[in-house]
Ligand binder design. Structure first.
Ligand code: ITT
Length: 186
């Protein structure tokens, strides 16, 4: 098994990546080094800036991820502000903003950036389309999971096991692409 360092503070992400990458022959080791999430227009930009920051202090191969929830009826909000919004108005705030709104469409996006010293970073994306539920459901997962029903499912991510969430999720899709890229490179 090859080891992949994952620079993140989010244990939920680590659990999902560990489960997904285990089946692809990689083991994940969390490094909570921290990096500033710059104010940016896109997840890609946040990930790219994160790479530059971590590279300066961590001299081995690593990956990091920036993710967000984009809600149709709110013109993509909270999007790049997903973390801030989660810790301020939270899930009840999102439900309030969508009260009486018929269009519940939303998409989760994930951007993974992989870096090796002296090489150009590899950036991949994954997305998962779905709907915002009318109420919070489920105790699993993290963040917005209790609000998000992926297309093709009845349950929210919050009601799913990690294995079930990985069959649909933005994160699992991005990680599959990342491993394909890494296998091509080596
Ligand atoms: P990092 O240390 O890896 O940056 P984070 O929790 O800050 O961890 P992000 O900035 O990528 O992660 O995520 C922005 C917000 O979106 C944050 O509140 C997450 O909880 C939420 N989020 C990201 N992926 C999610 C997922 O798969 N399910 C539910 N919420 C998610």
């Amino acid at each position: 098994m090859k080891t992949l360092y994952f620079i993140t503070s989010n244990k939920g992400k680590v659990r999902e990546a560990t489960e997904k990458l285990r089946t692809l022959g990689f083991s994940v080791v969390q490094k909570d080094l921290g990096y500033p999430e710059v104010q940016a227009d896109s997840l890609e930009e946040v990930a790219q800036q994160g790479i530059e920051h971590v590279r300066a202090k961590f001299h081995q191969a690593f990956m990091l991820e920036d993710a967000g929830l984009f809600i149709d009826a709110l013109q993509g909000f909270p999007g790049v502000y997903s973390k801030y919004v989660f810790f301020t108005i939270g899930l009840p705030g999102i439900l309030r903003l969508l009260q009486g709104v018929e269009n519940r469409k939303a998409v989760f996006r994930s951007v993974y950036a992989y870096s090796e010293p002296g090489k150009k970073p590899v950036i991949v994306t994954g997305e998962c389309k779905g709907m915002i539920s009318n109420e919070q459901r489920g105790e699993h997962g993290f963040g917005y999971d209790p609000l998000f029903i992926p297309k093709g499912a009845e349950k929210t991510f919050g009601e799913m096991t990690i294995e079930e969430k990985n069959q649909f999720s933005h994160r699992a899709k991005a990680l599959e692409k990342l491993i394909t890229e890494l296998n091509t490179l080596s």
